[in-house]
Design a protein. Sequence first.
Length: 417
Amino acid sequence: WVAGLANLSLQLSAQSSAQPPTIITSSAGLVLDGPLSSLTWLANHLRRHRRPLRKGHLVISGGVAVHVGGDEIGRRFDVTVQARLRGPSAPPTAVRLSLGEGPMISPGVQSPDLYGGAERLAAARKACAPLPSDQVQLLSNMEEAYTVLDHMAVNFTDVLGPLGGWKVGAVDSGDGPIAAPLFAQDVAQGPLNKSFTQLCGYWGVEGEIAVTMGADLPPKEGEYTAEQVWAAVSHVQAAIEIVGTRMPSHCPAYVPGEGDAEGWSPFGDGAAHALATCLADGGMNAFVLLAPPVEKEELPQPALVEGLSGLKEARLELEMHCGLSAAVLKTSSPIATDPLLTVRWLANHLSARGLPLKQGHLIMTGMQAMVLQGDPAIDPAAIQGQCRVRASVMFHPAGTNPTWNSAHLVITDFPAA
């Protein structure tokens, strides 16, 4: 095996639209037994940390030819790597990559440490404490945010506990939905009393429909259909989501004003940078409280029409009553988006990222109604330290005996401002 690797040769060709190609060759005798040494070291390193090297795992064994970008950064860039793996007379095996035009980045500027950003966020979430402003990882786009979220879902369950499901947000935004991991320790069954101090970085409350999976939807080629997703659903229920942030310095609580129009953004104008940074914090989820489950067999069961389910006819109410202040009631009737569309989008989104949607996963399918901290309808002087929140869903609004499925949360020690 070592002798076979010693006969390898590898060539890296890098060419931009502005310069002639750069060719770097690592000839026979230079590669030596590098891949085997790397693999042996990795197996023993993982063994010491009680982690397996599994069948099917890909091991990147180390660079043997490196090209560092210069003036071509930001321009079209074509890269080819070829190696003779089957002897000097065999045709080479090659892999090619073309990068399109991109933003100009000065050589030497380090890319964001997204793993480190995820690590700091995970620690802040566990401690239920704000992250100091100088430790906030500023992100440029949602792809960077998803990298942070993937790290939290896969690499930090030892800090945050087991993955309990997924939160989907911004379902009706022009930029499309976003998805974030939801951890089991942040989900509870109602009714429940919870101190305001336990609702980390409180922003407000949302009323949603939660869906729980009854079967796995693993990554696969092609997209899942509405029928496949609906068949994998176990039950649904009303849910209260507490929205909060561990980064108050960069994601301050938004106080709605009387002049706010429908579709306002708490992140202001041109907010892609702020949005990505804030949503990397678990989609700004702080806590979820659930109503009793309603089995799928109890729901309206019309045939799926153009990918829609009977859930689209449901009615939702969100009520918040603080002390002696008048109750705030928000309704969505019928709900804005069929939860089945959301779950299908999530299944295909995760599949494209190589992640499964598993049996037992809870999915928060998107905000249907919201009451933010500082809502002008709530008199701060009348709060008296307690707010009662109710999220209710009527799944059979046109039925002969419509009933509400409700989640109840009492928030104690609620501040007046």
